[in-house]
Write a protein that binds this ligand. Structure first.
Ligand SMILES: Cc1cc2nc3c(=O)[nH]c(=O)nc-3n(C[C@H](O)[C@H](O)[C@H](O)COP(=O)(O)OP(=O)(O)OC[C@H]3O[C@@H](n4cnc5c(N)ncnc54)[C@H](O)[C@@H]3O)c2cc1C
Length: 386
């Protein structure tokens, strides 16, 4: 029988305090694992609440095993999305090629679940057992022999045994401990926008449609009650914009896609005037080492594989599961645990990053007419490559 969350949480001794920066997949799953080991866990999240939105998350392989061990797989299964029809479209909405994709509720092999549903499931699993501070950020970290002194942006100071940076692609923890700038960021030559809206009627339920022109891609995911509206585009180099200025980012998408046909005018209308969306450069994070002293990184903060890999959520949960397993194997020895965590996971991360770097961009946004024609020929021949 799977023990209840609370039984599992109460079954271990107290190892000390741990502070996690970021309350998304990496942060919440890490919190669960470390709480189960007996750590007193505080999560600090910069946003005023959980950050919602985004495309569905794939749950497969080791992620399923970890969610089973967490006792959460039944809740995931209950929210699994039905499999979808995936179609590449021409400007006149005729279909270039199509295939079935997505989760398969009938099998144990792969599930797809709304990003928000998975966040809620992970949040519910830890909310009563960890301290959660929203609207907070770390401003300074000083390592001592027996712990880390952490300064928060409200002036408070916390002394903890270990700090786990789960604060995503633009990780604050990484910046504070390993240095700022973009020294670990590998820009992959494009940007991705995603907004989840109420059902638009732009496409049938349980369908994904993709329309590509050289350097640009417009995507719709249709579900029962929601539509994901996605735009991807290529750039030679990074574009200058203020990542806090949402109106500027909306204008940027409108300017880049305003001249396209297909369903794009209706898609732009559906995302107008609302600042709650995901927009970021497409990049990977590649670091020579994921920990320093008593600070360790999990998920996008340490090894973002990029939206092109389609595995960011899973990778964060796998990272959290591996870190907890390493700390269980080496209790009171964070150095050995961090080494074991990275040594075991790095080959898998590098394999996924390599694959996304080789094929991802040309699949999402073929660079020019020739590459697009080549991709379209492959699609017509039944090789979707997505
Ligand atoms: C709103 C949102 C939508 C997304 N949509 C997509 C998508 O459509 N497609 C895709 O491929 N990927 C998307 N992603 C990225 C995807 O969620 C990650 O690749 C994956 O989940 C890895 O999880 P993570 O926990 O490592 O990082 P993230 O999910 O990025 O979470 C990082 C968390 O850290 C928090 N944080 C940031 N800075 C600080 C700070 N200074 N202090 C404390 N907390 C901080 C963030 O608010 C966030 O909650 C999205 C991410 C977010 C936040």
């Amino acid at each position: 029988m799977v023990p209840s969350t609370r039984d599992a949480l109460n079954s271990r001794s107290d190892y000390g305090a741990v502070l996690i920066s970021g309350a998304s997949f990496a942060g919440l799953a890490t919190a669960y694992g470390l709480r189960r080991l007996g750590y007193r866990v505080t999560i600090i999240e910069a946003a005023p609440g959980l950050r919602r939105g985004g495309t569905p998350v794939d749950i497969e392989g080791e992620t399923i095993d970890i969610l089973k061990r967490m006792g959460l797989i039944d809740r995931v299964r209950a929210k699994a999305l039905p499999s979808r029809r995936f179609a590449f479209k021409n400007a006149d909405d005729s279909t270039l090629g199509s295939m079935g994709v997505g989760g398969d509720q009938a099998s144990e092999v792969r599930y797809e679940i709304h990003r928000d549903d998975l966040l809620d499931i992970l949040f519910d699993a830890v909310a009563d057992d960890v301290e959660l501070l929203f609207g907070r950020s770390i401003t300074g970290l000083v390592e001592r022999a027996d712990g880390v002194a952490v300064a928060l942006d409200n002036g408070e100071q916390r002394d903890v045994a270990v700090v786990v940076g789960c604060d995503g692609n633009r990780s604050n923890t990484r910046r504070l401990v390993f240095g700022g700038g973009d020294q670990f960021t590998h820009f992959m030559g494009g940007y991705f926008f995603l907004k989840v809206v109420a059902e638009t009627g732009l496409l049938p339920a349980d369908t994904t449609e993709v329309f590509r022109t050289p350097g640009r891609m417009a995507m719709l995911n249709g579900y029962d009650d929601r539509t994901d509206i996605g735009f991807g585009f290529r750039t030679e180099s990074e574009i200058a914009y203020d990542y806090r200025d949402r109106a500027q980012q909306r204008r940027l998408i409108k300017d880049r896609f305003g001249d396209l046909g297909w369903k794009v005018p209706a898609m732009l209308a559906a995302v107008a005037g609302d600042d709650d969306f995901y927009f970021d450069r497409i990049n990977q994070i590649r670091m020579p080492c994921w920990s320093r002293g008593r600070v360790v990184l999990v998920g996008d903060a340490g090894y973002c594989v990029s939206p092109l890999a389609g595995l960011g959520g899973s990778m964060a949960i796998i990272g959290a599961g591996r870190l907890a397993a390493a700390l269980e194997r080496y209790p009171y020895d964070h150095a050995s645990a961090f080494y074991h965590y990275e040594d075991g996971l790095r080959p898998f991360v590098e394999q996924i990053q390599e694959r996304a770097a080789n094929d991802g961009m040309s699949t999402m946004c073929p660079a020019d007419e020739d590459e697009l024609a080549e991709r379209n020929r492959e699609i017509a021949a039944g090789d979707m490559g997505w």
